[in-house]
Design a protein. Structure first.
Length: 481
């Protein structure tokens, strides 16, 4: 039945087949002629047709571009609108550490990580889908092992004939090293700002005055301490001649020192008496330390002013105390915690017969005679170790061998923080006092013995007298009326 149908159809078909072959041959000849004439394509109502080598050229061009894209250092990813990866280049696999097989077909948004941990991944997905084409948009990109790279993305949308998004193409550059460098730079800038702030605070609130003077000795810069020291507001101090703050008695010293530093350079230190801005003489003495510095506008003078008025007063007080200790009639020594003498006053030198050089660096046992009971020293150190003051007597020996008795008061010397660093011994030579005391005791005993014997004698005389002269009432036998 099939053959009969074919035969029946074959009766009428040959003319039609011949016509088709003729038409195809004509089209082929026409395309061949067009190709010879340099025509690459023909546009019909059904679309464009490539002619001759155009199809081959397009294929080769597409291959070249795909090769170039595949070899690019930047990441290239082609996605469906839903996010599935349809194409990726080698850079994507190299950066993430995942293979083509692992990445193709997976959802690209599962690989994206927000830079801020507080940003939800869904928010990041919406930003990509709704923000249109992106430019330098940074995200994290998941890598094998759970790490991440920082990628800067640019994107392009491919639309279909109806204007709908057909494909998403993303181009990414690995900026991890750049971000790290930016982070380090940001930290360095913060550290620099903090350092600058610390420097400013140190400069402003330093306990010494800082000034910068021009070549003509005008105040160009000054901190708060300098303004306070000179008794003037800082704004009024600027561009003020510095010599107006120097007392007349020291003005020549200042001018000579300033000229010398500016001419020869180097450092100079000297003392000045300062006066206040209104010209009144100030009681403040200051030490000036000067240094010439070369600048773009010429040499300038950097100067620090240290208020030494209090230091001078303290030194004065210390000098008085030192003289009082040195000239004291009592023997005074200062030892360290190892009982090594660090100071001996003149009275000890005179009383012991040893020179100061022979005493310094020695243990006080140099003064021992060997006659002080051992218990005395045990009690001494027990008391001192417990931080208390000890009082007692020593039998000491001079350099010439003579002995003397010293009454000593030894106290721990405490620093402001409470630490004991030294021991101070104040000793009085009581040999003569002891001799006089013993002499007085002897006289007292003699007087007591004499008084007892006299009283005994008087008692005996009284008894004899009473026996020789009985009472009258006893003789008369009658009581007195």
């Amino acid at each position: 039945m099939t053959n009969s149908m074919s035969e029946a159809e074959g009766v009428d078909d040959p003319p039609k087949i011949d016509n088709v072959h003729k038409q195809l041959s004509a089209i082929k000849d026409a395309f061949a002629g067009l190709a010879k004439e340099g025509v690459d394509s023909v546009v019909t109502r059904d679309g464009a047709f490539l002619v001759g080598g155009a199809q081959s050229a397009v294929t080769q061009s597409e291959a070249r571009y795909r090769h170039l894209i595949n070899r690019m250092a930047a990441v290239v990813v082609e996605l469906a609108p839903s996010g599935e990866i349809s194409y990726l280049n080698e850079a994507m696999t190299q950066i993430t550490g995942f293979s083509d097989a692992e990445l193709n077909g997976c959802n690209w948004f599962d690989l994206l990580l927000p830079l801020e941990k507080s940003t939800p991944c869904e928010t990041l997905r919406q930003q990509f889908l709704e923000s249109g084409e992106l430019s330098a948009f940074r995200t994290g990109l998941l890598t094998r092992g759970g790490g991440r790279k920082i990628i800067s993305w640019n994107s392009a949308h491919v639309l279909d004939a109806d204007g709908q998004v057909e494909r998403l193409i993303f181009f990414g550059t690995d900026v991890s090293a750049q971000v790290l460098a930016e982070d380090e730079l940001r930290k360095a800038q913060v550290a620099l700002e903090q350092s600058r702030d610390r420097y400013v605070d140190l400069y402003e609130f330093a306990p010494v005055g800082y000034l910068t003077l021009t070549g003509s000795a005008l105040v160009a810069e000054a901190n708060r301490t300098a303004a306070t020291l000179l008794g003037i507001e800082r704004k009024q101090l600027l561009d003020h001649p510095f010599d107006q703050f120097v007392a007349a008695a020291d003005l020549e010293i200042w001018q000579r020192q300033f000229a010398g530093v500016m001419a020869r350079g180097g450092r100079q230190a000297f003392e000045l008496t300062l006066k206040s801005a209104d010209g009144r003489l100030s009681s403040r003495k200051a030490q000036a330390d000067c240094l010439r510095v070369a600048t773009d506008v010429g040499p300038t003078l950097r100067m620090t002013l240290t208020d030494i008025s209090g230091r001078n007063a303290a030194e004065d007080q210390l000098r008085k105390l030192s003289l009082a200790v040195e000239q004291s009639p009592e023997n005074i020594t200062i030892t360290n915690l190892d009982a090594i003498i660090e100071y001996a006053n003149e009275a000890l030198v005179h009383n012991s017969g040893y020179s100061r050089e022979q005493l310094i660096g020695r243990n006080p046992r140099i003064l021992q005679s060997g006659k002080t009971p051992r218990e005395t020293y045990v009690d001494l150190w027990t008391t001192l170790i417990h931080g208390r003051t000890w009082k007692g007597e020593f039998i000491n020996r001079r350099r010439n061998g003579s002995e003397y008795i010293a009454f000593a008061v030894i106290s721990p010397l405490r620093q402001p923080d409470g630490r004991i660093t030294h021991y101070v011994a104040v000793m009085e030579n009581i040999t003569e006092k002891k001799r006089m005391g013993e002499e007085l005791d002897r006289h007292r005993r003699q007087l007591e013995e004499l008084a007892v014997s006299r009283i005994a004698g008087l008692t005996a005389v009284s008894d004899v007298t009473e026996a020789a002269n009985p009472p009258q009432e006893f003789l008369s036998g009658q009581p007195e009326q």
